[in-house]
Design a protein around this ligand. Sequence first.
Ligand SMILES: Nc1ncnc2c1ncn2[C@@H]1O[C@H](COP(=O)(O)OP(=O)(O)OP(=O)(O)O)[C@@H](O)[C@H]1O
Ligand SMILES: [Mg+2]
Ligand SMILES: [Zn+2]
Length: 506
Amino acid sequence: MLAIINSCCVYGMFGHLIRVEVDVSSGLPGFDIVGLPDASVKESKERVRTAIKNSGFDFPMKRITVNLAPADIKKEGSLFDLPIAIGIMAATDQISLGERLQGTALVGELSLDGKVRPIPGVLAMSEEISQRQEIASFLVPEENGPEGALIPGKPVFGVAHLKEAAAFFNGQEEFLPVTVDVKQLLGVTTLDDALDMADVRGQQGVKRALEVAAAGSHNILLSGSPGSGKTMLARRLPSILPSLTLEESLELTRIYSISGLLPKNQALITRRPFRAPHHSASAASLIGGGRTPRPGEISLACHGVLFLDEMAEFQKNILEALRQPLEDKFVTITRVEASYTFPAKFQLAGALNPCPCGFYGDPVKECSCTPHQIHKYLGRISGPLLDRIDLRMDVPRVEYRDLEAENREESSDQIRQRVEAARSIQAERLAGTGLLCNAHLGRKEIEKFCRPAPEAKKLLQEAFDRLKLSARSHDRILKVARTIADLDNAHEIQVHHIGEALQYRG
Ligand SMILES: Nc1ncnc2c1ncn2[C@@H]1O[C@H](COP(=O)(O)OP(=O)(O)OP(=O)(O)O)[C@@H](O)[C@H]1O
Ligand SMILES: [Mg+2]
Ligand SMILES: [Zn+2]
Protein backbone atom coordinates (compact mmCIF):
# COMPACT_ATOMS: atom_id res chain seq x y z
CA MET A 1 0.00 0.00 0.00
CA LEU A 2 1.16 3.53 -0.77
CA ALA A 3 0.92 6.54 1.56
CA ILE A 4 1.81 10.04 0.48
CA ILE A 5 2.76 12.51 3.22
CA ASN A 6 3.47 16.24 2.83
CA SER A 7 6.59 17.57 4.42
CA CYS A 8 8.86 20.57 4.11
CA CYS A 9 12.55 21.38 4.12
CA VAL A 10 14.67 24.52 3.99
CA TYR A 11 16.93 25.42 1.16
CA GLY A 12 18.97 28.57 1.77
CA MET A 13 16.47 30.97 3.34
CA PHE A 14 13.33 29.39 1.91
CA GLY A 15 11.04 26.51 2.70
CA HIS A 16 10.21 23.92 0.04
CA LEU A 17 7.37 21.44 0.03
CA ILE A 18 8.53 17.81 -0.10
CA ARG A 19 6.42 14.74 -0.82
CA VAL A 20 7.28 11.69 1.23
CA GLU A 21 6.02 8.61 -0.65
CA VAL A 22 5.98 5.44 1.40
CA ASP A 23 5.27 2.08 -0.21
CA VAL A 24 4.88 -1.04 1.91
CA SER A 25 4.53 -4.26 -0.08
CA SER A 26 4.90 -7.95 0.58
CA GLY A 27 8.23 -9.40 -0.36
CA LEU A 28 11.60 -9.78 1.20
CA PRO A 29 11.71 -7.54 4.31
CA GLY A 30 13.77 -4.42 3.71
CA PHE A 31 13.83 -0.68 4.25
CA ASP A 32 15.08 1.70 1.56
CA ILE A 33 15.01 5.49 1.44
CA VAL A 34 15.80 7.23 -1.81
CA GLY A 35 16.34 10.93 -2.21
CA LEU A 36 18.48 11.50 0.90
CA PRO A 37 22.27 11.55 1.16
CA ASP A 38 23.74 8.19 2.25
CA ALA A 39 24.81 9.02 5.77
CA SER A 40 21.55 10.52 6.96
CA VAL A 41 19.48 7.72 5.37
CA LYS A 42 21.13 5.15 7.53
CA GLU A 43 20.57 7.11 10.72
CA SER A 44 17.01 8.02 9.83
CA LYS A 45 16.10 4.36 9.19
CA GLU A 46 17.33 3.34 12.62
CA ARG A 47 15.52 6.14 14.41
CA VAL A 48 12.25 5.54 12.56
CA ARG A 49 12.29 1.78 13.11
CA THR A 50 13.11 2.02 16.81
CA ALA A 51 10.76 4.93 17.51
CA ILE A 52 7.81 3.10 15.94
CA LYS A 53 8.48 -0.04 17.99
CA ASN A 54 9.09 1.84 21.23
CA SER A 55 5.86 3.80 20.82
CA GLY A 56 3.82 0.59 20.82
CA PHE A 57 3.17 0.37 17.07
CA ASP A 58 4.09 -2.37 14.61
CA PHE A 59 7.06 -2.05 12.37
CA PRO A 60 6.09 -4.19 9.34
CA MET A 61 8.30 -7.10 8.35
CA LYS A 62 7.73 -6.18 4.70
CA ARG A 63 9.41 -4.40 1.83
CA ILE A 64 9.40 -0.63 2.63
CA THR A 65 10.41 1.91 0.02
CA VAL A 66 10.46 5.62 0.82
CA ASN A 67 10.92 8.23 -1.88
CA LEU A 68 11.47 11.91 -1.12
CA ALA A 69 10.31 14.02 -4.03
CA PRO A 70 11.20 16.17 -5.91
CA ALA A 71 14.57 14.51 -6.40
CA ASP A 72 16.37 17.66 -7.52
CA ILE A 73 16.06 19.35 -4.13
CA LYS A 74 18.95 18.52 -1.87
CA LYS A 75 17.60 17.27 1.42
CA GLU A 76 19.49 16.87 4.61
CA GLY A 77 18.92 16.45 8.28
CA SER A 78 16.62 14.43 10.39
CA LEU A 79 13.40 16.37 9.93
CA PHE A 80 11.88 13.67 7.71
CA ASP A 81 11.89 11.09 10.55
CA LEU A 82 8.36 11.97 11.62
CA PRO A 83 6.78 12.05 8.13
CA ILE A 84 8.51 8.75 7.23
CA ALA A 85 7.28 7.09 10.42
CA ILE A 86 3.74 8.40 9.92
CA GLY A 87 3.90 7.26 6.29
CA ILE A 88 4.86 3.72 7.30
CA MET A 89 2.10 3.64 9.88
CA ALA A 90 -0.44 4.98 7.36
CA ALA A 91 0.59 2.41 4.74
CA THR A 92 0.05 -0.35 7.32
CA ASP A 93 -3.37 0.84 8.47
CA GLN A 94 -2.21 2.05 11.87
CA ILE A 95 -3.10 5.62 10.90
CA SER A 96 -6.10 6.60 8.85
CA LEU A 97 -5.32 7.91 5.37
CA GLY A 98 -7.98 10.56 5.68
CA GLU A 99 -8.42 14.19 4.79
CA ARG A 100 -6.46 15.32 7.81
CA LEU A 101 -3.33 13.46 6.72
CA GLN A 102 -3.68 14.66 3.17
CA GLY A 103 -4.02 18.31 4.14
CA THR A 104 -1.23 18.46 6.70
CA ALA A 105 2.48 19.02 6.22
CA LEU A 106 4.64 17.56 8.97
CA VAL A 107 8.24 17.71 10.10
CA GLY A 108 10.19 16.48 13.09
CA GLU A 109 13.14 14.47 14.26
CA LEU A 110 12.45 11.32 16.28
CA SER A 111 14.43 10.04 19.19
CA LEU A 112 14.62 6.30 19.81
CA ASP A 113 11.87 6.39 22.43
CA GLY A 114 9.45 8.12 20.05
CA LYS A 115 9.83 11.67 21.31
CA VAL A 116 9.59 14.35 18.65
CA ARG A 117 12.63 16.59 18.81
CA PRO A 118 12.90 20.22 17.59
CA ILE A 119 14.44 21.04 14.23
CA PRO A 120 15.91 24.15 12.62
CA GLY A 121 14.15 26.28 9.99
CA VAL A 122 10.49 26.01 11.08
CA LEU A 123 9.76 29.71 10.52
CA ALA A 124 10.91 29.58 6.88
CA MET A 125 8.84 26.42 6.37
CA SER A 126 5.78 28.01 7.94
CA GLU A 127 6.12 30.94 5.55
CA GLU A 128 6.09 28.51 2.59
CA ILE A 129 3.17 26.47 3.97
CA SER A 130 1.13 29.63 4.50
CA GLN A 131 1.26 30.22 0.75
CA ARG A 132 0.40 26.69 -0.40
CA GLN A 133 -3.26 26.17 -1.10
CA GLU A 134 -3.11 22.39 -0.97
CA ILE A 135 -1.89 22.43 2.64
CA ALA A 136 -4.40 23.22 5.37
CA SER A 137 -2.27 22.83 8.49
CA PHE A 138 1.29 22.35 9.71
CA LEU A 139 2.35 19.81 12.34
CA VAL A 140 5.68 20.54 14.02
CA PRO A 141 7.66 19.46 17.09
CA GLU A 142 6.09 20.99 20.20
CA GLU A 143 9.12 23.16 20.95
CA ASN A 144 8.93 24.68 17.46
CA GLY A 145 5.19 25.41 17.74
CA PRO A 146 5.38 29.10 18.72
CA GLU A 147 8.01 29.73 16.04
CA GLY A 148 5.79 28.18 13.37
CA ALA A 149 2.76 30.11 14.59
CA LEU A 150 4.51 33.47 14.06
CA ILE A 151 3.20 33.35 10.51
CA PRO A 152 -0.55 33.85 10.55
CA GLY A 153 -2.90 32.08 8.18
CA LYS A 154 -2.71 28.31 8.64
CA PRO A 155 -3.12 26.53 11.96
CA VAL A 156 0.12 25.15 13.39
CA PHE A 157 -0.01 22.15 15.76
CA GLY A 158 2.75 20.97 18.05
CA VAL A 159 3.38 17.37 19.11
CA ALA A 160 5.91 16.03 21.57
CA HIS A 161 5.64 12.29 20.80
CA LEU A 162 4.99 9.98 17.87
CA LYS A 163 1.96 8.64 19.77
CA GLU A 164 0.53 12.15 19.89
CA ALA A 165 1.07 12.59 16.16
CA ALA A 166 -0.78 9.30 15.56
CA ALA A 167 -3.66 10.46 17.77
CA PHE A 168 -3.76 13.74 15.82
CA PHE A 169 -4.26 11.96 12.49
CA ASN A 170 -6.62 9.37 13.89
CA GLY A 171 -8.80 12.11 15.36
CA GLN A 172 -8.61 10.48 18.79
CA GLU A 173 -8.03 13.68 20.68
CA GLU A 174 -8.94 17.33 20.37
CA PHE A 175 -5.91 19.34 19.29
CA LEU A 176 -5.77 23.12 19.51
CA PRO A 177 -3.52 25.12 17.22
CA VAL A 178 -0.62 26.99 18.81
CA THR A 179 -1.29 30.68 19.33
CA VAL A 180 1.26 33.43 19.84
CA ASP A 181 0.84 37.13 20.46
CA VAL A 182 3.51 38.52 18.15
CA LYS A 183 3.12 42.11 19.36
CA GLN A 184 3.56 41.01 22.93
CA LEU A 185 6.60 38.86 22.06
CA LEU A 186 8.16 41.81 20.27
CA GLY A 187 7.55 43.99 23.30
CA VAL A 188 9.78 41.97 25.61
CA THR A 189 12.99 43.50 24.30
CA THR A 190 15.58 42.82 26.90
CA LEU A 191 18.54 45.09 26.51
CA ASP A 192 21.86 44.18 27.98
CA ASP A 193 21.73 46.62 30.87
CA ALA A 194 25.26 45.82 31.86
CA LEU A 195 26.60 47.91 29.00
CA ASP A 196 25.65 51.58 29.12
CA MET A 197 27.19 54.61 27.46
CA ALA A 198 27.17 56.28 30.87
CA ASP A 199 30.09 53.99 31.83
CA VAL A 200 32.30 55.80 29.36
CA ARG A 201 33.81 58.97 30.79
CA GLY A 202 34.30 61.92 28.44
CA GLN A 203 34.78 61.01 24.76
CA GLN A 204 31.89 63.28 23.78
CA GLY A 205 33.03 63.46 20.16
CA VAL A 206 33.12 59.68 19.75
CA LYS A 207 29.77 59.29 21.48
CA ARG A 208 28.29 61.80 19.08
CA ALA A 209 29.71 59.86 16.11
CA LEU A 210 28.22 56.64 17.50
CA GLU A 211 24.87 58.40 17.90
CA VAL A 212 24.96 59.48 14.25
CA ALA A 213 25.99 55.95 13.23
CA ALA A 214 23.09 54.49 15.23
CA ALA A 215 20.57 57.01 13.92
CA GLY A 216 21.21 56.17 10.27
CA SER A 217 22.69 52.67 10.62
CA HIS A 218 25.99 53.90 9.22
CA ASN A 219 29.24 51.97 9.29
CA ILE A 220 31.81 53.35 11.69
CA LEU A 221 35.52 52.91 12.26
CA LEU A 222 37.21 53.88 15.53
CA SER A 223 40.92 54.39 15.54
CA GLY A 224 43.11 55.32 18.49
CA SER A 225 45.90 54.32 20.82
CA PRO A 226 45.69 51.30 23.16
CA GLY A 227 43.39 51.75 26.13
CA SER A 228 41.63 54.77 24.70
CA GLY A 229 38.27 53.00 24.99
CA LYS A 230 37.55 51.85 21.42
CA THR A 231 36.34 48.38 22.38
CA MET A 232 34.40 49.75 25.33
CA LEU A 233 32.61 52.32 23.14
CA ALA A 234 31.83 49.96 20.25
CA ARG A 235 30.36 47.34 22.59
CA ARG A 236 27.86 49.93 23.74
CA LEU A 237 26.58 50.69 20.24
CA PRO A 238 23.64 48.21 20.52
CA SER A 239 22.46 49.98 23.67
CA ILE A 240 21.62 53.09 21.66
CA LEU A 241 20.08 51.34 18.64
CA PRO A 242 16.30 51.55 18.16
CA SER A 243 14.20 48.49 18.89
CA LEU A 244 13.56 46.04 16.06
CA THR A 245 10.52 46.37 13.83
CA LEU A 246 8.37 43.26 13.44
CA GLU A 247 9.61 42.77 9.90
CA GLU A 248 13.26 42.99 10.96
CA SER A 249 12.60 40.70 13.87
CA LEU A 250 11.02 38.04 11.65
CA GLU A 251 13.85 38.15 9.13
CA LEU A 252 16.40 37.86 11.91
CA THR A 253 14.51 35.00 13.54
CA ARG A 254 14.45 33.19 10.23
CA ILE A 255 18.24 33.47 9.89
CA TYR A 256 18.84 32.22 13.44
CA SER A 257 16.29 29.46 13.01
CA ILE A 258 17.85 27.98 9.87
CA SER A 259 21.24 28.23 11.55
CA GLY A 260 19.91 26.25 14.51
CA LEU A 261 20.75 29.18 16.78
CA LEU A 262 17.30 30.13 18.01
CA PRO A 263 17.48 29.95 21.80
CA LYS A 264 15.30 27.35 23.48
CA ASN A 265 11.90 28.70 24.54
CA GLN A 266 12.34 31.81 22.45
CA ALA A 267 10.21 31.99 19.32
CA LEU A 268 11.21 35.46 18.22
CA ILE A 269 14.53 37.31 18.29
CA THR A 270 13.75 40.71 19.73
CA ARG A 271 17.20 42.12 20.35
CA ARG A 272 19.51 43.55 17.73
CA PRO A 273 22.48 41.23 17.38
CA PHE A 274 26.03 42.23 18.20
CA ARG A 275 28.47 39.84 16.58
CA ALA A 276 32.15 40.18 17.31
CA PRO A 277 34.05 37.45 15.43
CA HIS A 278 37.72 37.02 16.35
CA HIS A 279 40.29 38.15 13.80
CA SER A 280 41.33 34.54 13.25
CA ALA A 281 37.82 33.65 11.99
CA SER A 282 37.67 31.86 8.64
CA ALA A 283 36.07 33.31 5.53
CA ALA A 284 33.33 30.66 5.68
CA SER A 285 32.36 31.50 9.25
CA LEU A 286 32.33 35.20 8.50
CA ILE A 287 30.68 35.30 5.08
CA GLY A 288 28.76 32.03 5.20
CA GLY A 289 29.60 28.65 3.75
CA GLY A 290 29.82 24.93 4.25
CA ARG A 291 28.82 22.06 2.01
CA THR A 292 25.20 23.07 2.33
CA PRO A 293 25.78 26.78 2.93
CA ARG A 294 24.79 28.26 6.26
CA PRO A 295 24.63 31.96 7.11
CA GLY A 296 27.87 33.48 8.37
CA GLU A 297 28.55 36.22 10.92
CA ILE A 298 27.55 38.95 8.44
CA SER A 299 24.05 37.43 8.24
CA LEU A 300 23.85 36.66 11.94
CA ALA A 301 24.60 40.37 12.45
CA CYS A 302 21.67 41.33 10.20
CA HIS A 303 19.78 44.39 11.53
CA GLY A 304 22.47 44.71 14.17
CA VAL A 305 26.19 45.27 14.52
CA LEU A 306 29.13 43.34 13.09
CA PHE A 307 32.05 44.41 15.25
CA LEU A 308 35.54 43.79 13.94
CA ASP A 309 37.89 44.56 16.79
CA GLU A 310 41.56 44.92 15.88
CA MET A 311 40.40 45.20 12.29
CA ALA A 312 43.90 45.40 10.82
CA GLU A 313 44.62 41.92 12.19
CA PHE A 314 42.00 40.26 9.98
CA GLN A 315 43.24 38.56 6.85
CA LYS A 316 43.14 40.91 3.93
CA ASN A 317 41.12 38.57 1.69
CA ILE A 318 38.46 38.22 4.39
CA LEU A 319 38.12 41.98 4.73
CA GLU A 320 37.88 42.30 0.97
CA ALA A 321 35.10 39.73 0.90
CA LEU A 322 33.04 42.14 3.02
CA ARG A 323 32.97 44.72 0.24
CA GLN A 324 30.20 43.14 -1.79
CA PRO A 325 27.79 42.45 1.09
CA LEU A 326 28.49 45.92 2.53
CA GLU A 327 27.28 47.38 -0.74
CA ASP A 328 24.47 44.98 -1.62
CA LYS A 329 23.18 44.04 1.86
CA PHE A 330 23.08 40.37 0.89
CA VAL A 331 25.56 37.66 0.08
CA THR A 332 25.32 34.91 -2.50
CA ILE A 333 27.17 31.65 -2.02
CA THR A 334 27.51 29.48 -5.07
CA ARG A 335 27.65 25.70 -5.03
CA VAL A 336 27.62 23.24 -7.93
CA GLU A 337 23.96 22.41 -7.45
CA ALA A 338 22.66 25.92 -6.79
CA SER A 339 23.38 29.30 -5.28
CA TYR A 340 22.16 30.46 -1.90
CA THR A 341 21.40 34.04 -0.96
CA PHE A 342 21.39 35.25 2.63
CA PRO A 343 20.51 38.74 3.87
CA ALA A 344 23.39 40.75 5.33
CA LYS A 345 21.95 44.11 6.38
CA PHE A 346 24.52 44.61 9.10
CA GLN A 347 26.09 47.77 10.39
CA LEU A 348 29.86 47.50 10.49
CA ALA A 349 31.75 48.81 13.49
CA GLY A 350 35.51 48.49 13.32
CA ALA A 351 38.24 49.33 15.80
CA LEU A 352 41.94 49.52 15.18
CA ASN A 353 45.16 51.03 16.38
CA PRO A 354 46.69 53.62 14.09
CA CYS A 355 49.95 51.65 13.76
CA PRO A 356 51.52 48.36 14.97
CA CYS A 357 52.82 49.89 18.24
CA GLY A 358 49.55 51.76 18.68
CA PHE A 359 50.83 55.24 19.43
CA TYR A 360 51.05 56.93 16.04
CA GLY A 361 49.59 60.42 16.40
CA ASP A 362 49.40 60.11 20.19
CA PRO A 363 50.18 63.46 21.80
CA VAL A 364 51.90 61.88 24.81
CA LYS A 365 53.61 58.65 23.85
CA GLU A 366 55.89 58.42 20.86
CA CYS A 367 55.31 55.93 18.05
CA SER A 368 58.18 53.53 17.46
CA CYS A 369 57.08 52.28 14.02
CA THR A 370 58.77 52.97 10.69
CA PRO A 371 56.67 54.63 7.97
CA HIS A 372 56.90 51.38 6.03
CA GLN A 373 55.46 49.38 8.96
CA ILE A 374 52.60 51.82 9.36
CA HIS A 375 51.89 51.78 5.65
CA LYS A 376 51.84 47.98 5.57
CA TYR A 377 49.65 47.76 8.67
CA LEU A 378 46.98 50.16 7.48
CA GLY A 379 47.24 48.78 3.94
CA ARG A 380 45.30 45.72 5.11
CA ILE A 381 42.23 47.92 4.98
CA SER A 382 41.96 48.80 1.32
CA GLY A 383 40.72 52.07 -0.11
CA PRO A 384 37.49 50.56 -1.48
CA LEU A 385 36.70 49.05 1.92
CA LEU A 386 37.47 52.31 3.71
CA ASP A 387 35.29 54.10 1.19
CA ARG A 388 32.32 52.05 2.44
CA ILE A 389 32.77 53.21 6.01
CA ASP A 390 30.70 56.36 6.45
CA LEU A 391 32.14 57.55 9.73
CA ARG A 392 35.77 57.41 10.75
CA MET A 393 36.59 58.66 14.15
CA ASP A 394 39.83 59.16 16.01
CA VAL A 395 39.44 58.12 19.62
CA PRO A 396 41.67 60.38 21.72
CA ARG A 397 43.16 59.17 24.99
CA VAL A 398 40.91 59.93 27.96
CA GLU A 399 41.84 63.02 29.91
CA TYR A 400 42.48 62.50 33.62
CA ARG A 401 39.98 65.21 34.50
CA ASP A 402 37.30 63.35 32.48
CA LEU A 403 38.00 60.12 34.32
CA GLU A 404 37.80 61.83 37.68
CA ALA A 405 34.96 64.23 36.89
CA GLU A 406 31.95 64.10 39.17
CA ASN A 407 29.35 64.84 36.49
CA ARG A 408 27.01 62.12 35.34
CA GLU A 409 27.45 60.96 31.77
CA GLU A 410 24.42 60.71 29.53
CA SER A 411 22.81 57.27 29.63
CA SER A 412 22.15 55.01 26.66
CA ASP A 413 18.41 55.48 27.21
CA GLN A 414 18.66 59.22 26.69
CA ILE A 415 20.74 58.85 23.54
CA ARG A 416 18.47 56.12 22.20
CA GLN A 417 15.45 58.40 22.43
CA ARG A 418 17.07 60.84 20.01
CA VAL A 419 18.11 57.96 17.77
CA GLU A 420 14.56 56.62 17.68
CA ALA A 421 13.15 60.05 16.86
CA ALA A 422 15.57 60.35 13.93
CA ARG A 423 14.69 56.84 12.79
CA SER A 424 10.98 57.54 12.75
CA ILE A 425 11.57 60.62 10.58
CA GLN A 426 13.46 58.34 8.18
CA ALA A 427 10.79 55.65 8.25
CA GLU A 428 8.12 58.21 7.43
CA ARG A 429 10.13 59.71 4.60
CA LEU A 430 10.98 56.30 3.16
CA ALA A 431 7.52 54.78 3.52
CA GLY A 432 6.73 52.69 0.48
CA THR A 433 10.35 52.39 -0.69
CA GLY A 434 11.05 49.23 1.29
CA LEU A 435 13.97 51.03 2.97
CA LEU A 436 14.18 51.92 6.64
CA CYS A 437 17.19 54.15 7.19
CA ASN A 438 19.55 56.57 5.53
CA ALA A 439 22.49 54.18 5.25
CA HIS A 440 20.47 52.03 2.85
CA LEU A 441 19.58 54.82 0.42
CA GLY A 442 20.43 54.24 -3.23
CA ARG A 443 21.37 56.79 -5.88
CA LYS A 444 17.73 57.48 -6.70
CA GLU A 445 16.73 58.17 -3.10
CA ILE A 446 19.81 60.31 -2.49
CA GLU A 447 18.81 62.52 -5.40
CA LYS A 448 15.33 62.76 -4.02
CA PHE A 449 15.82 63.07 -0.26
CA CYS A 450 19.33 64.40 0.31
CA ARG A 451 19.25 67.76 -1.43
CA PRO A 452 21.44 70.19 0.47
CA ALA A 453 20.63 73.89 0.79
CA PRO A 454 22.62 76.03 -1.71
CA GLU A 455 25.27 77.04 0.86
CA ALA A 456 25.67 73.45 2.01
CA LYS A 457 26.00 72.30 -1.56
CA LYS A 458 28.82 74.76 -2.12
CA LEU A 459 30.70 73.43 0.90
CA LEU A 460 30.37 69.87 -0.34
CA GLN A 461 31.56 70.86 -3.79
CA GLU A 462 34.67 72.53 -2.38
CA ALA A 463 35.45 69.53 -0.22
CA PHE A 464 34.94 67.19 -3.14
CA ASP A 465 37.62 68.99 -5.17
CA ARG A 466 39.98 69.62 -2.29
CA LEU A 467 39.86 66.10 -0.80
CA LYS A 468 39.61 64.40 -4.22
CA LEU A 469 36.62 62.39 -3.05
CA SER A 470 35.21 59.45 -4.96
CA ALA A 471 31.63 59.43 -6.19
CA ARG A 472 30.85 56.85 -3.50
CA SER A 473 32.33 59.08 -0.79
CA HIS A 474 30.23 61.96 -2.07
CA ASP A 475 27.04 59.92 -1.74
CA ARG A 476 28.01 58.60 1.66
CA ILE A 477 28.72 62.08 2.98
CA LEU A 478 25.27 63.15 1.82
CA LYS A 479 23.66 60.18 3.56
CA VAL A 480 25.46 60.95 6.83
CA ALA A 481 24.53 64.63 6.48
CA ARG A 482 20.91 63.53 6.02
CA THR A 483 21.09 61.59 9.29
CA ILE A 484 22.66 64.52 11.12
CA ALA A 485 19.88 66.76 9.80
CA ASP A 486 17.31 64.20 10.97
CA LEU A 487 18.81 64.22 14.47
CA ASP A 488 18.45 67.99 14.24
CA ASN A 489 14.84 67.61 13.06
CA ALA A 490 15.76 69.74 10.04
CA HIS A 491 13.93 69.33 6.77
CA GLU A 492 16.77 70.52 4.57
CA ILE A 493 20.47 69.66 4.85
CA GLN A 494 22.30 72.78 6.06
CA VAL A 495 25.96 73.85 5.99
CA HIS A 496 26.72 72.65 9.50
CA HIS A 497 25.24 69.22 8.72
CA ILE A 498 27.58 68.82 5.74
CA GLY A 499 30.41 70.24 7.84
CA GLU A 500 29.96 67.61 10.54
CA ALA A 501 29.60 64.80 7.98
CA LEU A 502 32.87 65.88 6.36
CA GLN A 503 34.65 65.69 9.71
CA TYR A 504 33.81 62.02 9.90
CA ARG A 505 35.63 61.28 6.68
CA GLY A 506 38.94 61.49 8.55
N1 LIG B 1 36.44 56.88 28.47
C1 LIG B 1 36.60 55.92 29.39
N2 LIG B 1 35.88 55.96 30.53
C2 LIG B 1 36.03 55.01 31.46
N3 LIG B 1 36.90 53.98 31.35
C3 LIG B 1 37.65 53.89 30.25
C4 LIG B 1 37.53 54.84 29.20
N4 LIG B 1 38.37 54.50 28.22
C5 LIG B 1 39.00 53.38 28.61
N5 LIG B 1 38.57 53.00 29.83
C6 LIG B 1 39.04 51.85 30.59
O1 LIG B 1 40.13 51.29 29.89
C7 LIG B 1 39.87 49.96 29.55
C8 LIG B 1 40.41 49.66 28.17
O2 LIG B 1 39.58 50.23 27.19
P1 LIG B 1 39.37 49.51 25.79
O3 LIG B 1 39.65 48.07 25.90
O4 LIG B 1 38.06 49.92 25.27
O5 LIG B 1 40.52 50.20 24.97
P2 LIG B 1 40.89 49.97 23.45
O6 LIG B 1 40.94 51.32 22.84
O7 LIG B 1 40.00 49.00 22.83
O8 LIG B 1 42.38 49.43 23.56
P3 LIG B 1 43.16 48.42 22.60
O9 LIG B 1 43.66 49.25 21.46
O10 LIG B 1 44.29 47.96 23.44
O11 LIG B 1 42.23 47.35 22.21
C9 LIG B 1 38.38 49.79 29.64
O12 LIG B 1 38.01 48.49 29.98
C10 LIG B 1 38.01 50.76 30.72
O13 LIG B 1 38.15 50.16 31.99
MG1 LIG C 1 40.29 47.11 22.06
ZN1 LIG D 1 53.57 53.02 16.04
